[in-house]
Write a protein that binds this ligand. Structure first.
Ligand code: NDP
Length: 332
């Protein structure tokens, strides 16, 4: 990690690629831990929130200047002195952005048996933290009924695209927005009924025509949240998942807050980790199998090599990623 950005993160300044370090794979001391070869790393919107002054407290620790970034990854264990994991196991957890690293303890990691033989990259996407976010919170808060109307913003990403499919599976009419024609086409291909590009079509106008909205899945905040408040049905549920329109600058003030009162809206803010204990086992039983069967569809935007991590981080914030953003660090 380099300097805390004021606006969008800048590769080479906010994040710096450094290949000067070497590791002796045969002899590096493990001290009761295990040595991992990184295969894939996830690039997620919340990483922007970790690029801040470390004195400012938040739900996820700040990146420290001069230290490697960290986020979810999948890797293969090369050596282990820990009884919970052995050489050859594939593990999922929070990785440092390095080709190899020694994990001091097993806590926080999960062994992936991957009987379904889905690509490892999917375990940081729809079968990983973003998929869990969609699955857990939809089950916990949507209270969806057949025939209702759902609206999903940032509907082409790993969270939004899974939400669209969950809503369709329950018989809702789904309106979904994203920022390019390619993303709009993808949302249509996975079953969304009404799709639009929020950069060329006015969100409030679309919702006025196609709403009112019973369930709003908010990935973006700002003007889109405002439009959803305006066109919400009475007693609509708002699943406040993220507000990316304000991550790299100030989103405009929300004008329609009074509708929360007058329409008796239910607003649920959540963090995926808080719902893990309730849904994680079920998720791993159900979702990888559905992905393998083709019941759940996804897209990925894979960059080949750790040197592109900074670019990928920028692209996710700027909406230039074309699907779940993943860094392929190494093949098996
Ligand atoms: P995506 O892969 O969809 O990437 C984020 C997308 O947000 C961009 O591609 C871009 O797409 C869109 N975006 C960026 N800026 C704006 C803007 N100003 N207005 C509207 N859309 C914008 O991300 P994920 O699916 O991984 O995550 C989606 C959301 O879920 C994020 O807000 C994230 O922070 C949140 N999240 C929350 C979790 C929780 O526990 N609460 C856990 C995981 C994710 P476009 O081309 O459409 O503009």
């Amino acid at each position: 990690f380099g300097e805390v950005p004021t606006g969008f993160p800048e590769p080479g300044k906010t994040t710096i690629y450094d290949d000067s370090d070497t590791i002796d794979l045969e002899n590096v001391p493990l001290q009761g831990g295990f040595l991992v070869k990184t295969l894939v790393l996830s690039i997620d919107p919340y990483l922007r929130g970790k690029m801040r002054d470390p004195d400012v407290k938040s739900y996820s620790a700040a990146f420290i200047k001069g230290e490697p970034l960290h986020n979810f990854g999948v890797g293969v264990v090369l050596r282990s002195e820990n009884s919970s994991v052995k050489a050859g196991d594939h593990v999922y957890g929070v990785f440092t952005f390095q080709e190899y690293f020694v994990a001091p303890k097993f806590e926080g990691f999960r062994i992936l048996a991957n009987e379904e033989k889905i690509p490892w990259s999917v375990y940081v996407g729809v079968a990983g933290m973003p998929g869990q976010t969609a699955y857990y919170a939809w089950k916990e808060y949507a209270a969806a009924k057949k025939g209702e109307v759902a609206f999903v913003s940032a509907g082409a990403g790993p969270v939004g695209s899974f939400v669209i499919q969950l809503a369709k599976a329950q018989g809702l009419k789904v309106i979904a927005s994203a920022g390019s024609e390619e993303k709009v086409n993808f949302m249509k291909s996975i079953g969304a009924d009404v799709v639009f590009n929020y950069k060329t079509q006015n969100t409030a106008e679309v919702l006025a025509k196609e709403g009112p909205v019973n369930v709003y899945w908010d990935n973006v905040g700002g003007e889109t949240f405002d439009a959803a408040l305006q066109h919400a049905a009475n007693e609509a549920r708002f699943l406040e998942c993220g507000m990316i329109s304000g991550y790299n600058g100030q989103a405009p003030p929300v004008k329609n807050l009074m509708y929360i009162v007058s329409k008796q809206l239910k607003i649920y803010g959540f963090l995926v980790f808080a719902l893990s204990a309730k849904y994680e086992d079920e998720f791993y039983k159900v979702v990888p199998r559905q992905i393998a069967n083709g019941e759940i569809k996804y897209t990925e935007d894979i960059k080949n090599g750790l040197q592109y991590a900074g670019h990928a981080i920028y692209e996710v914030q700027a909406g230039k990623n074309k699907g779940k953003s993943v860094i392929l660090v190494a093949e098996e």
